[in-house]
Design a protein around this ligand. Structure first.
Ligand code: GLU
Length: 445
């Protein structure tokens, strides 16, 4: 890291003890910014980095609810309103037992830059709870969402803070959250949450957007080196919303998607994943990935282990943070991988990213490659604001256009700052410049 940035990083460590994922996300951005702060003294003079690393507002609150046995349960929830220089805070809510302030801050910090890269007017925020939806009944999930919103509503607004989903939060949860917001405020403020179902103001393609966008970005990245996805062997990790639609779009573009995973293990299906079956297992039955192999002739389930042991040319990590480490990266490179694009947020460890760069494997960081989800959320906000609804085709065209824009911004910044082909540097620099200039223009606020 450039010596000019080391004091700022030391401040982050001192102010946020024990928040390892947040430290990792900040370090990853600051490591790219040396040439930028050397060229533009004004960012340092106005303490832009220190300001950027300190959220504008951090909310932590208790969520009491009653389970099906009549027992009172208590969870902790968070909303970190990180940066509103470009627009209202925008970013998802994650429900997972691993959620604590450090996770929410890492995600919120990433979100600032990701949202800037889309070129759309949205600031960065993130939230969530340590609530574990696994094994919970519909009624329990609904009561939890209602209780969470009973506190959170006062901090939201279509011009203030607009949550969406993330791990553990999909259309069902967004519906319950929106219902409670509407009831408490007595306002049908559609644009206050995104990821809604089509039944009440959602956008076409929002469900598919993160996975599709990751594949559109991958396609662009491969095109730069004169290659395509068609005929390539692809492995995705995870089997949630991002993984399913990344696999679907990759297959549509002619790739052979041969494996996916969940926290219990992975499935290999050499004929190419059956997306309809995957959706049935994960979205309808909400069960383990092993059920896929039980219902599909020729597919095998491997309990435990790493999906990155399955040889492939293109790897799409779509599960969760730090799921692909240096050893897995080496295995992928040894097996001849040519490209890796992050569908999840920060799935590759710093060691893994270093190895990809050393071995000449094309690498797309999440804040660029998975920006399609939040970009389509911004399209949902546009439709809600104009009381309109667009067709699937039109919305997908807009998403493709936006992802091409994200790719072009990353490539241009990487070239300009002497790191051609380095999408990590390109994504960090391009988005930083945009947010930093907006912050300068707005004064010390
Ligand atoms: N949780 C998603 C992300 O990581 C989407 C956020 C949104 O749509 O606001 O970008």
């Amino acid at each position: 890291m450039d010596p000019l940035l080391q004091d700022d990083f030391a401040t982050v460590l001192a102010r946020n003890p024990g928040e390892d994922e947040f430290h990792q996300a900040v370090a990853e951005v600051l490591e790219s910014l040396g040439p930028v702060v050397r060229k533009h003294a004004e960012y340092h003079e106005h303490s832009i980095i220190e300001r950027l690393c300190e959220p504008e507002r951090q909310l932590i609150f208790r969520v009491p609810w009653v389970d099906d046995q009549g027992r009172v349960r208590i969870n902790r929830a968070f909303r970190v309103e990180f940066n509103s220089a470009l627009g209202p805070y925008k970013g998802g809510l994650r429900f997972h037992p691993s959620v604590y302030l450090g996770i929410v801050k890492f995600l919120g910090f990433e979100q600032i830059f990701k949202n800037a890269l889309t070129g759309l007017p949205i600031g960065g925020g993130k939230g969530g709870s340590d609530f574990d939806p696994k094994g919970r009944s519909e009624g329990e999930v609904m009561r939890f969402c209602q209780s969470l919103m009973t506190e959170l509503y006062r901090h939201l607004g279509e011009y203030t803070d607009v949550p969406a989903g993330d791990i553990g939060v999909g259309q069902r949860e967004i519906g319950y959250l929106f219902g409670q917001y509407k009831r408490i405020t007595n306002r049908y403020e559609s644009g206050v949450l995104t990821g809604k179902s089509i039944a009440h103001g959602g956008s076409q393609v929002r469900t598919e957007a993160t996975g599709y966008g990751t594949v559109f970005f991958t396609e662009q990245m491969l095109a730069e080196s004169g290659s395509t996805l068609s005929g390539r062997r692809v492995v995705v990790s995870g089997s949630g919303n991002v993984a399913i639609y990344a696999a679907q779009k990759a297959a549509e573009l002619g790739a052979q998607v041969v494996a996916c995973s969940d926290s219990s293990g992975y499935v290999v299906d050499e004929q190419g994943l059956d997306i309809a079956l995957l959706r049935q297992v994960k979205e309808v039955d909400r069960t383990r990935i092993s059920a896929y192999a039980e219902q599909r002739a020729g597919a095998t389930f491997v309990a435990g282990g790493s999906v990155w042991d399955v040889p492939c040319e293109v790897a799409l990590p779509c599960a969760t943070q730090n799921e692909l480490d240096g050893a897995a990266a080496r295995t992928l490179a040894d097996h001849g991988a040519i490209a890796v694009a992050e569908g999840a947020n920060m799935p590759c460890t710093p060691d893994a990213v270093r190895l990809f760069h050393e071995r000449g494997v094309l690498f797309a960081p999440g804040k660029a490659a998975n920006a399609g989800g939040v970009a389509t959320s911004a399209l949902e906000m546009q439709q809600n604001a104009s009381r309109d609804s667009w067709s699937f085709e039109h919305t997908e065209d807009r998403l493709r256009e936006i992802m091409h824009g994200v790719h072009a911004r990353c490539a241009a910044a990487a070239d300009e700052y002497g790191a051609p082909g380095n999408y990590v540097a390109g994504a960090n620099i391009s988005s930083f410049l945009q947010v930093a200039d907006a912050m300068l223009a707005l004064g010390v606020v």
